[in-house]
Design a protein around this ligand. Sequence first.
Ligand code: BES
Ligand code: MN
Ligand code: ZN
Length: 510
Amino acid sequence: MTALTLSTAGASTLRVDVVVVGIAKGGKGPVIAPGAEAVNKAFDGKLATVLETLGATGAEGEVTKLPAPAGYKAPVILAVGLGAVPEKNESYGSEALRRAAGTAARVLSGTKKAALALPVAQAADVEAVAEGALLGAYAFTAYQGGEKRAKKGDKGPKLPLAEITLLGAKPRDKAHKAAADRAIALTEEINRARDLINTPPNDLTPEAFAAVASAAGKENGVKVEILDEKALTKGGYGGILGVGQGSVSPPRLVKLSYTHPKAAKTLALVGKGITYDSGGISLKPPGHNETMKCDMSGAAAVFATVISAARLGLRVNVTGWLALAENMPSGSAVRPGDVLRMYSGKTVEVLNTDAEGRLVLADAITRASEEAPDAIIDVATLTGAMMVALGNRTFGIMSNDDAFRTSLHEISSEVGEASWPMPLPADLLKGMDSPTADIANIGERMGGGLVAGLFLKEFVGEGITWAHLDIAGPAFHEGAPYGYTPKGGTGSSIRTLVRLAERTAAGDLG
Ligand code: BES
Ligand code: MN
Ligand code: ZN
């Protein structure tokens, strides 16, 4: 884990491996961003010219290394691009800072200590830089560089930056300190969620996920209750059991309860936790199942949010429901044509076993509804159709309450997560009519993401505000890393959900 400290020391005096400065793209070449004044001075005020000579422009994501000036303890300066220079009187936006800090921390993996001389005039900037740096420093190396390789002299995988110092951020300033503390707690939970998503599905079974949740709950004062396959059978959770019945690793429903004695509101979060989605008997073709360990990203996001709420001591109750199962084809698997009796009592004809997420979520949403929370938000890598609609970096938001959907969209923009509001057109419901059961688990192909949302809506308790986040696109990043986004699990939607909990605690929302 990467350590973060705040310091008002001069950049030249620090015993670090590299000092990071920010540069932006100006009309006439790169411009040195605030925070790096002293470094620039050590270059006789010519750092921008030197960088331009080296080909730097200040474009977002660009990195340029150069030797440190005389008198510096650090041997290297790294200039990271912030993108366009802000308009007059405006400061660098939080997302630009997050991405630049993330890029720097990421490209410095294999290095031990870095000092960041980036713009941190306000506490919000401290938070953004800290968040970006700690997310960008993430690497999943648990399965690389075994003992044998190490013995042959191979050092194994590059390790994340060990220590980051934020220069210009004041350790004795209460707002700066609080911003850094929030960033540390939040990013540790996001990075733990990323670990869970990246862990191969032969190791992360529903039972193993439940065990991780149980241990983290204990550590953070969060109550954890686990329903195993016996308890699920007794309770009549036909959706979760149906999806899990083809696997040798049985399903689990995990309830995480964070409560605050002075809380006025309760949020219920429901996460899709398919530890591996093969498609089941409606098997996915090659090319579509290699990354399906990511199908528990919703549950990972819910888990991270509840633990974050506890670590931050938020004045709101947050209940997390992790619907964990493995979707496998076998002699005991659910078949296309089977009818499941759900926890709600509704019957569902399973016409496609690959539409499994909505089955496990439906049971968990019904169960969550019984406790009459102020709102239910489910999070799921639910449909390929949402990726077709919104691409790989944007999640879709559906809701039975337009104002709530708008709030979630605004919150996600505020925390630097891309999302877009999507409709729930009632006419798509009849496509799920079943000749045999109350409803089928698939409907029209067109608008498949909305069809899935409409299916879930059928299981939301009367009068309860509900939203559905389809994170199929942004949950798992297959391309080259950028900013603070690594390859693999991203931790999508956690920052949005934690901010929602904070806003609810503050009484900002309905
Ligand atoms: N887990 C998938 C959705 C998915 C696809 C997530 C790609 C991330 C990347 C989900 O269970 C699924 O298979 N959905 C089907 C539904 C269809 C059968 C109605 C889909 O989207 O094709
Ligand atoms: Mn599926
Ligand atoms: Zn799935």
